[in-house]
Design a protein around this ligand. Sequence first.
Ligand SMILES: Nc1nc2c(ncn2[C@@H]2O[C@H](COP(=O)(O)OP(=O)(O)OP(=O)(O)O)[C@@H](O)[C@H]2O)c(=O)[nH]1
Ligand SMILES: [Mg+2]
Length: 307
Amino acid sequence: MEKSAFIAIVGRANVGKSSLLNCVLGQKVAIVSNKPQTTRTRIMGVKTLDETQIVYIDTPGFHKPKNRLGERMMDSVAQGLSDVDAVTLVVEACPKFKLDKEDMPKAEIALIEEIRRRRLKAILCINKVDLLVDKSDLLEVISAYTSLYDFEAVIPVSAKTGDGVDCLLSEQLKYAKESPHFFADDEVTDQADSVMVTEMIREKMLHLLDKEIPHGVAVGLERFFERDTVNGEPIIEAEATIYCERDSHKGIIIGKGGAMLKKIGSLARADIEEFFGCKCNLKLWVKVKEDWRNRDGLIRSFGLDNK
Ligand SMILES: Nc1nc2c(ncn2[C@@H]2O[C@H](COP(=O)(O)OP(=O)(O)OP(=O)(O)O)[C@@H](O)[C@H]2O)c(=O)[nH]1
Ligand SMILES: [Mg+2]
């Protein structure tokens, strides 16, 4: 008898939602960085264990939007919360704020209110326990969050070391209901190959560039196909344009003598080759599209309008 569960992964930016998804799947499907607002759309990750299939919905970090793109990102969270069997609220084991309601980030409180309003079954997942120096601090975190909502379960984990992740998975499996599988059993994500490529390029910019610059970039794929080399080996030919918001940003992305763009390209190429299991030729261009994060047409053309 086939069973399925849809589980949304929600939380403030940077708490490790996408890292957790990758860890549970045992494969990287969502890009990760130490900068907030890394994830921009809903990303499905699929885990099939014999007859049970869990479809995870990774969502952008919950925040108060500052531009149109941010509004669309919050639409993605709202859609991620609709029609799920349960939600996993991810928080940090070592929060950088006091744990009383006055000091907790407003976004986190608002998200918990949204979960309450929708009367969702919620698992509290306390991530980054590897950073805890004194394990007893965890009790304080647990009591602060459980005083705000009646969670079905509280599970401390580390997406970095994998600690506790099995426990989280067994809890999530409880929400599986009799239903046909929505994805083929060997599928891991709903993202098209072309999106995986542009996301890998964007991730390298999040890692290599500072402050506002990586938040203001979008990547469009110009060409993407596989061909056989003369020795009959497959090779991916990809060409992408990086759109940024200002000329000064364009200069920084290209770097002195093209050094930065080269670095972005070679790191992204390594990831693309690993994901697709074959060689890749990657060509990158940089263009300016002023204020694109407030232009609906451009947001749509970059595929960021929460499909
Ligand atoms: N030490 C430690 N770091 C972690 C852990 N999980 C995630 N991180 C780090 O936390 C940062 C944020 O991780 P992401 O997975 O991108 O976080 P996110 O919640 O998806 O962020 P947004 O997409 O921006 O909302 C990255 O630098 C990760 O390497 C963990 O268990 N331990
Ligand atoms: Mg993310």
